[in-house]
Write a protein that binds this ligand. Sequence first.
Ligand SMILES: NC(=O)c1ccc[n+]([C@@H]2O[C@H](COP(=O)([O-])OP(=O)(O)OC[C@H]3O[C@@H](n4cnc5c(N)ncnc54)[C@H](O)[C@@H]3O)[C@@H](O)[C@H]2O)c1
Length: 454
Amino acid sequence: MSTGGLGRGVGVIGAGYVGLTLSVFLASKGVKTICVERDGDKVRKIMDGVSPIHEQGLPELLQHVVRDGVLEARDEIGDMLERVDIVFITVGTPTGTDGVPDLSQVEEASRQIGEAMPTRRGATPLIVVKSTVPPGTTWHVVRPLIEEASGRTCGEEFHLCVNPEFLREGSALQDTMNPDRIVIGAKHGEAAERLKKFYEALYHPSKIPTLVTTPTNAELIKLATNAFLALKISFINLISQVCEATEDGDVGVVAEGLGLDPRIGPLFLRAGLGFGGSCLPKDLRSLRWFAARLGVDTLLFEAIIGINRAQRLRIVEKAESMLGGLSGKRVAVLGLAFKPGTDDVRESASIDIIRELLARGAEVRVHDPAALENARRVLGEGVTYCSELYECLDSADLAIIATEWPEYTDPDPSTIKSLMRKPLIIDGRRVLNTRRLLEAGIRIHTVGLYSPLA
Ligand SMILES: NC(=O)c1ccc[n+]([C@@H]2O[C@H](COP(=O)([O-])OP(=O)(O)OC[C@H]3O[C@@H](n4cnc5c(N)ncnc54)[C@H](O)[C@@H]3O)[C@@H](O)[C@H]2O)c1
């Protein structure tokens, strides 16, 4: 395969959802890719052709590129810098509940790159920060760390860009193959131009809208995007609370009407249990923290976070009132991943809901088609893990649908009635085909829909 314009090879530091997807995609385009991952288990899995994460289409492609020797994973940077022209930093950037960013992974990766740089010969390396970082990080944290560790100067002996990632878990590979935009932030025109050319060659013949700007703007575009998406979700969830309090409101219809306005659009107007995952909550907190440090009023950010938290708690309160108390009641929670199509449980609504159910004395059974293993690491042994949906519903007093997996949309009414102690369901994601269930006498509370249930 011709890799015209794509250079000798690419290094990727961090084989998480972003780094591994990027690595597999690049390798599938024939670009020799070396992925450095500090977690030895992940490295072994990748080299065995097994994907350590659940993402549609990834396992097949991964197996293919590893077998062909185009993708290589390792747990140390070693001579990686020697063999590539571009290095992407795709390590994690978690934040605490106060939003203070933990940049330790980015700092470590920057130092490692810097330390490996002096032995490198040949063309100027281009370092690209793909991790989501607070404004100023690329220039004021990454650059000095690389310069210190390498003794080399940015703009002369190495190039540096920030290039935020917008993929969505659940469709990570598709999004990486067809990005809706490319944002490049750089202080030096040559650095930005190199990355732009690389992407033009990678996505040729498609032309992806590309914005070249300062590092601060690029970093802010990523945080503002996620804060805005979170705003849309919290907004529709607030409207869903209004709908529930009316005599015939339905947030689905209200959202449909809202979305027909081209100034608003239909996406991210799905009421439910709020946003979770590894990006929206933490990026919103990070932006709030950053804005507060600059003396900017963060009232709107507080409100988005507050509505999201309340939406989870409301479900537990609804369950409590439907059952007349939770102590000793068996609750089946369907869905642990923060969204369907992924095994990621980071900041998942169902994890908070389960903890609150347990705190109020409920006995909790859980099911998820992909995330049981990850959930066990977070929740421990306090809940019963069920690999079968109907096993989870066994003798339950109530079921809560917490993730919109397709397998939850059309359960068999007679099986539910025979299995559950009480046929009560809270549809937290508005996925149920309710007609058959209601006809069979199953009682359902749907988020954002007026319901006479207690
Ligand atoms: N997950 C998403 O949907 C998504 C989307 C867009 C942007 N982002 C951003 O991209 C970044 C990565 O996200 P993710 O979800 O892939 O994270 P992740 O936590 O799944 O993966 C990060 C990986 O980096 C590895 N790592 C950390 N330091 C390392 C080092 N020095 N050397 C080698 N490996 C190292 C970790 O072991 C881990 O496997 C974050 O900043 C995130 O905010 C994520």
